[in-house]
Ligand binder design. Structure first.
Ligand SMILES: [Zn+2]
Length: 288
């Protein structure tokens, strides 16, 4: 039994008198070979991240895509991804929605304004300055990584009848809730401002497509690693643009697994959404 004066002191400090703060208990899988280990072997490490020092960035979960297969997979992924966001939010994680080139759709919302209002903070290294597909872009870093393990030079449509490339998206899919406490941005500086304002050290990436935007966008893996954040990928809540009739073959989902391994080897560890939700990891129906 706590003495009334102690309870009062804890309350005055804003501390809970009994229950412990929630944490994120993650099993981080990496392939960054430690000295003496064979290159590319997977190692797992337990990590405990403080939710209030953690953000989840939702990359390019658009309402539509020029590729019909890609659209169908995003629609399948959206529900489980939304469920993970709900669980993370309940623990105190900041959710940043990053539907690239679609922020104008949200211009009158408080969540978009939250990103615009975060005070300017100087980055420790310059942000990517070259542009691709409507935002700044972090190209593959030859000093750090080899070439991607899949051939996506045809842009990765894996439909029987090839889809025509066009701008198909105008917003994030409505299947992912944007809650009052969330933020919306597709900009590297705004992302950095939000993270600095909230003293957030840990950045979790999910969404699509891993071989393209989840690596290259200014809020995504390459940029966040270069800025010194602890970065991790939710490996069951992502997808690639990959046609398996191109090298190295196998299935579309084998291609995604190969890119996950590339990320684990050269950029950041990954974990499965089970670590946040307590429910089984997501699998696309066609991958089962
Ligand atoms: Zn297609």
């Amino acid at each position: 039994m706590l003495r009334p004066t102690l309870v009062f002191t804890l309350l005055a400090l804003g501390l809970p008198a009994a229950a412990a703060e929630p944490t994120l208990a993650l099993t981080l899988r990496s392939r960054a070979a430690p000295p003496g280990a064979p290159a590319g072997a997977a190692t797992e490490a337990k990590a405990t991240w403080e939710p209030k020092a953690t953000a989840i960035v939702v990359c390019d979960m658009w309402d539509d895509h020029w590729c019909k297969s890609a659209t169908a997979r995003v629609n399948e992924l959206a529900g489980p991804l939304d469920a993970m966001l709900k669980a993370a939010r309940a623990k105190g994680v900041l959710v940043i929605h990053a539907p690239s080139t679609c922020t104008a759709f949200y211009k009158s919302t408080p969540q978009r304004q939250r990103a615009l209002d975060a005070p300017f903070a100087k980055t420790p290294v310059p942000l990517a300055a070259t542009e691709r597909w409507g935002t700044a872009w972090n190209w593959p870093d030859a000093k750090r990584e080899g070439v991607l393990p899949i051939d996506d030079s045809d842009m990765g449509c894996d439909c029987k009848t090839k889809c025509e490339i066009r701008s198909a998206w105008s917003r994030q899919t409505a299947a992912i809730a944007i809650d009052p406490e969330d933020a919306i941005t597709d900009d590297g500086q705004e992302t950095w401002n939000l993270l600095t304002q909230r003293k957030i050290d840990n950045v979790i990436l999910c969404g699509v497509h891993l071989n393209m935007c989840v690596l290259g966008r200014p809020f995504a893996i390459r940029q966040m690693v270069k800025l010194g954040k602890n970065v991790a990928l939710v490996r069951d809540l992502t997808d690639t643009m990959y046609d398996p009739s191109r090298p190295p073959g196998g299935t579309h989902f084998d291609g995604t697994d190969r890119v996950v391994e590339h990320v684990e080897r050269f950029w950041c560890p990954s974990f499965v959404s089970t670590d946040i939700t307590g429910t089984p990891a997501f699998r696309f129906k066609a991958a089962k």
